[in-house]
Structures are given as structure tokens and as C-alpha cells.
Design a protein around this ligand. Structure first.
Ligand code: ZN
Length: 60
């Protein structure tokens, strides 16, 4: 899975790949929460079932 980091004061977005969605921090499976539009891009909001982080994913 490819990761894309933005500046530290911005949310971190992960690029959706053809791999199964997993947490970019701990590698656990993600639970899809919702999709929403942020700054003109569709963002998929997921929650890690393990570390409980909110994982934001965008299509490349
Ligand atoms: Zn995690």
C-alpha cells in the first residue's frame, strides 16, 4: 500500500490501492465509516479496529 503524507498540521491521507484496506499505522483491518467530500475530493473515512485511529483515504 502506498502512503502519502501531507504537512504535519493537516490530516494524513492514504491513497487507495488495489490491496485490501489496512491501517497505515498498525496494519490491522479497517472498518469503513463514511465517504464525504473534503476540499473537492471524495474522502473515504475508515476507523482502525485495532488502534482506533481515523484513517482518511482518497483515490489517486
Ligand atoms: Zn491501526
Amino acid at each position: 500500500m502506498q502512503h502519502s503524507k501531507t504537512q504535519s498540521d493537516s490530516p494524513i491521507y492514504f491513497i487507495i490501492s488495489d490491496q485490501p484496506d489496512t491501517c497505515g499505522y498498525c496494519g490491522a483491518r479497517l472498518e469503513f465509516v463514511e465517504s464525504k467530500e473534503m476540499e473537492g475530493e471524495e474522502v473515504f473515512v475508515n476507523e482502525c479496529l485495532c488502534c482506533k485511529r481515523e484513517i482518511l483515504m482518497v483515490e489517486n
